[in-house]
Design a protein around this ligand. Structure first.
Ligand code: ADP
Length: 461
């Protein structure tokens, strides 16, 4: 993966560089052809005219001396007279390709603009073309004789160092940028290939993918951070799933072995009638616990599976709570619990049967984990946005440590304190799931002076 991404990225970048180079060349060539070439022609024309004027105004000088001198300063010159007598000064032209008509026109008094008319196909390089055609021609009258003088700057003499300088600059720019592209691509691609490796590790079930660069401030750093968080979440889910399975197995196993033990005792001939009755009721209790647990597990799994399970209706929660309290009346009396409540009329949109499960669990817990003669208070309050239902008991209470875990599946607090109370540890996780599905929250806190517990459910209105 690293290989191909690296090659692709480097190739694309270098390709872009080449393409930009080509485009830049065409654009600057257009600029040269339209703007610089005429300027160059104009400049050289005025130089040629000045040379001609100087010669014409100073007939006493020797024309060959003057032109030799000009050649030394940096010009290539070609002088021809009416009789076809020709002379060259300075560096040689690569091609002497002037036509006779072109020469004749200059002798007849015209100016020859070879530079501006030099063919376009040659691009900017036309500037460097060392050809006689690529020159400026002016007529001269010297000692009553007519001449045609063709000049062009000796590029090699004048610009050789510049030429080299630009060549080196150009070559170095290309080499260095390719080098830096190759290097920076490594830097860019590396975290991606690390992520790819981490993904493979994760797929194999190895969650310890801490080697990722999460210090980077860019998108890749963000991606790495999200990836690490995802890995942590997956690890947590995996751990919970394993715990869940082992908890289920244990919680099914223990009532089953109890049942097995007591059925063995039942078939023992020496067991008295009274003992048999006692064992039967224990067996019945274990069976009903198993049955409650399977029901709760089924409910949890359907809550997990789809959110569609929540069928909301307009319901009056104060009457719903009062009905529930009625059905618990005999249990409350049996435990000699003092019950009080403040339940103003309130209608909300919720799933009646799921919400009833919530109240049922909270109320049965407040009863189960209470002392004989203790108290339970239920408070319903509401504002514009939300309603809040609290179950306040004066029971055995919950330690800070435990409050963090009681909503976990199968979690049951300190066995020594709750030993006498049978339970599955699933009730509160069902409560939390249902409340969450309704967009609400459930929280727990110690009742004042550490006597008992307060569970508060908040639902949006
Ligand atoms: P279960 O009651 O079946 O054990 P729950 O999920 O309903 O399972 O409760 C989890 C644990 O939270 C209980 O085992 C108990 O230790 C603790 N708990 C729940 N409600 C109360 C309460 N009102 N007072 C004290 N402890 C509680």
């Amino acid at each position: 993966m690293m290989r191909s991404l690296y090659v692709k990225f480097a190739a694309v970048t270098i390709g872009i560089m080449v393409l930009s180079g080509v485009i830049a060349f065409f654009v600057s060539n257009t600029y040269y052809q339209h703007s610089l070439k005429p300027q160059n022609d104009e400049k050289n024309t005025s130089i040629a005219l000045e040379m001609a004027a100087f010669i014409e105004n100073n007939p006493e000088i020797t024309i060959t001396d003057y032109l030799t001198n000009m050649a030394d300063v940096g010009y290539q010159l070609y002088l021809v007279d009416n009789n076809g007598q020709e002379q060259f000064f300075g560096a040689e032209f690569r091609e002497n390709n002037l036509t006779d008509t072109e020469i004749q026109k200059v002798l007849d008094g015209e100016i020859f603009h070879g530079m501006v008319h030099f063919p376009r196909q040659t691009f900017v390089t036309g500037f460097f073309a060392n050809e006689l055609k690529n020159s400026i021609g002016v007529p001269i009258t010297y000692q009553d004789e007519t001449y045609a003088l063709f000049i062009r700057p000796d590029i090699k003499l004048l610009f050789n160092e510049m030429h080299l300088l630009f060549g080196v600059l150009f070559a170095l720019t290309i080499i260095l940028s390719i080098l830096f592209v190759l290097l920076s691509t490594i830097y860019l691609v590396k975290p991606i290939s690390r992520l790819s490796n981490a993904t493979k590790q994760l797929a194999k079930g190895n969650f310890q993918v801490k080697t990722l660069e999460t210090k980077r401030k860019d998108e890749l750093g963000e991606l790495s951070t999200s990836f690490s968080q995802m890995a942590e979440q997956i690890e947590k889910n995996d751990r919970l799933r394993k715990e869940f399975v082992s908890n289920i197995s244990h919680d099914i196993q223990s009532p089953l072995s109890n049942i097995k033990g007591y059925t063995n005792l039942l078939s023992d001939k020496e067991t008295s009638e009274e003992e048999k009755n006692q064992y039967t009721s224990i067996i019945n209790e274990e069976i009903s616990r198993l049955s409650i647990m399977t029901e709760q597990l089924l409910l949890l799994s359907s809550l997990d599976r789809d959110q569609q399970i929540v069928k909301k209706k307009r319901i009056n929660i104060s009457s719903q709570l009062k009905n529930l309290l009625m059905s618990y009346q005999w249990l409350i009396q049996e435990k000699e619990i003092m019950l009080s409540y403040t339940l103003p009329e309130l209608e909300i949109d919720a799933d009646p049967s799921l919400l009833n499960t919530v109240w049922d669990n909270l109320l049965s817990n407040a009863l189960k984990y209470n002392h004989p003669g203790g108290g339970i208070d239920i408070q319903l309050t509401y504002t514009e946005e939300q309603c809040s239902i609290s179950f306040i008991d004066t029971g055995i209470g919950i330690s800070d440590e435990e409050t963090k875990r009681i909503f976990d599946r199968f979690y049951r607090a300190d066995a020594s304190r709750t030993r006498s109370v049978k339970g599955t540890g699933l009730g509160l996780s069902i409560v939390a799931t249902i409340v969450e599905l309704h967009g609400g929250t459930v929280s727990v806190q110690a009742n004042e002076d550490n006597i008992g517990t307060i569970f508060t459910v908040k639902l949006p209105l």
